[in-house]
Design a protein around this ligand. Structure first.
Ligand code: G3P
Length: 220
């Protein structure tokens, strides 16, 4: 499963990218707005920093302007993936962009029925939002499971990109279900690496090492 960061913060991206495990970045209008800078500048930095898929989201609502916007976003770099919303206009636009050889990410997906439509337009990936379903007392993981099963049963090649992940077990469970990609905020990414026994173990190793070293220096 490929691991993506769900952020537009270049410092967060640079830090995680140094770990050697970052395969891409997803952005959305809210995340880009948080940076308070020219969106093109924000996207350009990310597209250059990460050697992997970078999702840039359209903001037009009608199919024709959304298509033009998508073409422009795709033209920013070869690793750009154009995000379109799960709406009739988003589907129409996604289909047209795909026919032009542009990779499309259909976003704001909450049901297997919607995921079916994304696969049928030949989207490069579909983004089910798990956490936002959990927020309204629905079962985000169940939706992801059904989407993975549906795609396997039908042989769809559209990548399942598990999004709106809120904690490390969301990531692990998405992997177990066969999601192709998991995108997560910086704080979830940093939690993946943490375990108290790792910290305690390292502290003990280093204490023993210091004892040996200090003992050695006391030898005649
Ligand atoms: O970027 C799409 C998605 O991952 C948003 O997540 O945390 O805003 O529900 P969240």
């Amino acid at each position: 499963m490929r691991l993506f960061l769900d952020t537009a913060d270049i410092d967060e991206i640079r830090e995680i990218n140094r770990w050697g495990v970052l395969s891409g970045v997803t952005t959305n209008p809210s995340l880009v707005a948080k940076e308070g800078q020219d969106p093109d500048q924000v996207w350009k930095e990310i597209l250059t920093e990460v050697d992997g898929d970078i999702s840039l989201e359209t903001t037009e609502l009608e199919a024709d302007p959304m298509y033009e916007e998508g073409k422009r976003l795709a033209g920013m770099a070869p690793n750009a993936v154009v995000k379109v919303p799960m709406t009739p206009a988003g589907l129409e636009t996604g289909k047209r962009l795909g026919a032009d050889g542009i990779r499309v990410n259909v976003t704001l997906v909450f049901t297997p029925a919607q995921a079916l439509l994304a696969a049928e337009i030949g989207a490069y990936c579909v983004s089910p939002f798990l956490g936002r379903l959990d927020d309204i007392a629905a079962d985000g993981m169940k939706a992801l499971r059904d989407i993975c099963e549906l795609y396997a049963a039908q042989g769809y090649v559209t990548n399942v990109l598990a999004a709106s992940l809120r904690h490390p077990m969301h990531v692990v469970e998405a992997g177990l279900l066969g999601a192709d990609i998991a995108t997560m905020p910086y704080d979830v990414f940093t939690k993946l690496v943490k375990h108290p026994l790792t910290d305690i173990g390292l502290e003990k190793f280093l204490a023993d090492w210091r004892k040996l070293r200090d003992g050695d220096t006391q030898q005649p």
